[in-house]
Design a protein around this ligand. Structure first.
Ligand code: ZN
Length: 488
């Protein structure tokens, strides 16, 4: 069976074939860096991460691009037009900092959290603020195609000129207008037209353009940056389900090339998550960033395991009990690895290697067919557990134990819940420290890591770094030596 993915465009499961043989080009809507990314944001980024890991496991090369929205988009953007207060500026005012400084701070925090959740780095993280010329060029093209117009110094996309509007979300323009999901911007020709370039003297971030100083709309950034890094047509575009409309619908309109082109071939959306059976909100007290959860004693890998453990199109309910469950599962699989490693070194009984080889192949078939079915991670995990159960019965000797460990590690390249492998670093009795390490303990590990680096044992030094990262400690090596800080 080949990989089947549920394509929001068409709302069916479709066999996945990359445009270019052996190479997949993928764009993920990334974080808006005006605050810490929350659990729901990471649930969507993890869909992209698991997909990328599985494509690589299947032997494909993946070019992954995730944008950093640092221009700051608009709070009321669900109307696909520019009104409401800019979140980045609000944050800047509240924190009394330059908006660029705020954006860099939260961008760094995003990367720290990303590493804690064991997300592989994308090939590029383009910042919107560094691609203003590309956005202006695209807007000019849209104007020359008659798809965009200027009005009062602002540039709008003309929905009237693009009859395919609604192709992704299924919304029709009549319904949208009838549902009053429109505003009354007097500069707009059509009620659904959305802003490509906006003029607002109060906005803190401003750039020169052929239409005077202003700033780009949110949707245009993804169209411009995906084209720059992945080309006019590429394979996969992901996001959260709340991105379907208006954001992705508008991206498709902007990237249509003035015709029928749908620039991304497969659209995958992560369904929004619940926390304690309710929608996450600050007022309900169930709004979590990754840092909040680390403070409550979760590890990054446990959070990851919960977030990927429910199918991406099903509604995930995140609870502390689900974290406990993930903790148990991770412990069980790690124990298996330790047990297999600790088997006595004696020659295997006749046939033992073949038996584990057969087992590994059979369960890998199960693992793959689950993942091929639109990334059924829980099915894949069931295969891992099936293998572990049978391997305990089958392999009695060390060489086959090594084969079993190799198989488990191979699967974990997709799941990423056992890596970083912390057993080595925690061997001296400290174990898992859900409450966090004391400064003294951290210093101790940093010194041990420095020692490993001196002996050029980089595997060990990386292991310690990863182990600390899993506990919310970030390490930076500089000229003056190693510095560390808590990301909590
Ligand atoms: Zn986007």
């Amino acid at each position: 069976m080949t990989l089947q993915l549920y394509n929001t465009l068409g709302r069916t499961k479709q066999p996945f074939e990359p445009l270019e043989e052996g190479r997949v080009r993928m764009y993920n809507c990334g974080p808006t860096v005006y605050s810490f990314a929350h659990l729901g944001n990471f649930a969507s980024f993890l869909l992209a991460d698991v997909l990328r890991r599985y494509l690589e496991y299947s032997g494909l090369e993946v070019v992954q691009v995730m944008n950093i929205t640092d221009v700051g988009h608009l709070t009321q953007d669900d109307l696909a037009n520019a009104q409401g207060e800019d979140k980045l500026e609000k944050a800047a005012r509240e924190e009394r900092k330059d908006p660029f400084q705020i954006a860099r701070f939260y961008e760094e925090a995003f990367h720290e959290d990303r590493k804690i959740l064991n997300l592989l780095p994308a090939a590029v993280y383009p910042r919107a603020t560094e691609h203003i010329p590309e956005m202006i060029a695209l807007i000019e093209e849209l104007m020359s195609q008659g798809l965009a117009y200027e009005s009062g110094g602002q540039i709008y996309f003309s929905i009237e000129r693009y009859p395919r509007y609604g192709i992704l979300s299924g919304n029709t323009t009549d319904e949208l207008i009838a549902g009053h999901r429109v505003d009354t911007d007097p500069l707009k020709r059509g009620p659904l037209d959305f802003t490509l370039w906006k003029r607002d003297p109060a906005h803190l971030m401003q750039w020169d353009s052929p239409w005077g100083r202003g700033f780009p709309g949110w949707h245009i950034e993804c169209s411009a940056m995906s084209r720059k890094y992945l080309g006019e047509v590429f394979d996969i575009h992901t996001g959260g389900e709340d991105n379907i409309f208006p954001h992705h619908e508008c991206e498709i309109a902007q990237s249509s090339g003035g015709g029928d082109r749908v620039f991304a071939r497969y659209w995958l959306h992560r369904r929004h998550i619940l926390v304690d059976r309710r929608k996450m909100s600050k007022s309900a007290g169930n709004f979590f960033t990754i840092r909040d959860l680390l403070r409550r004693g979760c590890t990054g890998l446990e959070i990851r395991a919960v977030l990927i453990g429910t199918h991406y199109r099903s509604q995930l309910n995140f609870t502390m009990e689900s974290v406990e469950g993930a903790r148990e599962a991770i412990r069980y699989l790690r124990e298996f690895r330790v047990n297999m490693d600790g088997l006595p070194q004696t020659p295997p009984p006749p046939g033992a290697l073949d038996a584990i080889e057969d087992l590994a192949r059979r369960w890998d078939g199960e693992f793959r067919s689950a993942m091929d079915d639109d990334l059924n991670v829980s099915g894949a995990l069931a295969a891992v557990h099936g293998f572990v159960r049978e391997a305990y019965k089958t392999c009695g000797e060390r060489p086959s134990g090594e084969r079993a460990i190799r198989q488990l590690n191979a699967w974990d390249r997709v799941l990423g819940i056992l890596d970083p492998q912390v057993e080595g670093a925690s061997a001296e009795g400290s174990g898992r420290e859900p409450e966090g390490l004391s400064d003294h303990e951290v210093e101790d590990w940093v010194a041990r890591r420095a020692e490993a680096r001196r002996r050029r044992d980089f595997a060990e030094s990386d292991r310690i770094r990863d182990w600390l990262r899993d506990r919310g400690i970030a390490i930076k090596d500089g000229r003056e030596g190693t510095r560390w800080h808590r990301v909590l």
